[in-house]
Design a protein around this ligand. Structure first.
Ligand code: IPE
Ligand code: IPE
Ligand code: MG
Length: 241
């Protein structure tokens, strides 16, 4: 159906980009940019809550980001730990469920333990979901889904001719999460960088030149307004106005 999108997106996914450039512009080490970016996350969670956005997915660390300098990777991992520490109370207070998508076995075991503890502690909350993409790769997600289905076929639990889009989607990391209505990328880069390749098929894209550490409420509002101007046709013809 050509649903007009004069509504609030149910699910926003964000490619949080530009931390390094923000730091560089100030003559600071890149890690300072990531620290400032973590602060933006706290703000954006609040904007989403206030606007009624129920799912927020954040691209926090890609599989490819492991190739960054070891000190930057270490700094990002330690930021992740402090992010959890600093925000857990807020998840409980606002009944927000935390989930992780990505290859969690790549992460340090102490981080996985903490993430899974918070996932369990918030699993029953239904007010909203914060989905962190960590060591995430869209192709990697598709490959693990294919592998899981192949394994079921081998065990005789799945017939190859029963594999359709619904069955495939059920093998993704967070199958019950609706596809993002809106994907936002900061820092002006117009690429998907291996993010949510399956789920983005009919997402609306919004790119802003604003660097992630500086992304604030007016920028968030501008993204929502742009979304509301879009007409989502899903391959059909436009509704008559
Ligand atoms: C995004 O900012 C954060 C991560 C990828 C972890 P960048 O670190 O990519 O910032 P730029 O692109 O170098 O400015
Ligand atoms: C995408 O940003 C990954 C995250 C935001 C975590 P990158 O900065 O890693 O992407 P490229 O290298 O510009 O494509
Ligand atoms: Mg970048």
């Amino acid at each position: 159906m050509s649903s007009s999108s004069d509504s609030i997106p149910t699910h926003i996914a964000i490619i949080m980009d530009g931390n390094g450039r923000w730091a560089q512009q100030r003559g600071l080490p890149r890690l300072k940019g990531h620290e400032a970016g973590a602060e933006t996350v706290r703000h954006v969670m609040r904007y989403c809550r206030a606007a009624g956005v129920r799912y927020l997915t954040l691209y926090a660390f890609s599989s490819e980001n492991w190739a960054r300098p070891p000190l930057e990777v270490l700094g990002l991992m330690s930021l992740l730990k402090s992010f959890l520490r600093d925000n857990e109370a807020e998840f409980h207070e606002n009944q927000v469920r935390l989930r992780v998508i990505g290859r969690r076995s790549d992460l340090e075991s102490s981080i996985v333990r903490e993430l899974e503890r918070v996932e369990r502690a918030t699993a029953a909350y239904t007010a909203g979901q914060l989905i962190l993409a960590l060591s995430y790769s869209g192709r990697g997600e598709l490959v693990q889904a294919a592998r899981a289905m192949a394994e079921k076929v081998r065990r005789g639990e799945l017939r190859p001719d029963r594999i359709d889009e619904t069955v495939f989607a059920a093998h993704l990391y967070a199958p019950d999460v609706p596809d993002p209505d809106l994907i936002v990328r900061t820092s002006g880069e117009m690429r998907i960088s291996n993010f949510l390749l399956w789920q983005c098929s009919y997402s609306e894209f919004y790119v802003t030149p604003v660097l992630w550490p500086e992304f604030r409420e007016p920028d968030f509002r501008a993204a929502l307004e742009a979304y509301q101007q879009r007409q989502r046709r899903y391959g059909r013809v436009a509704d008559k106005v």
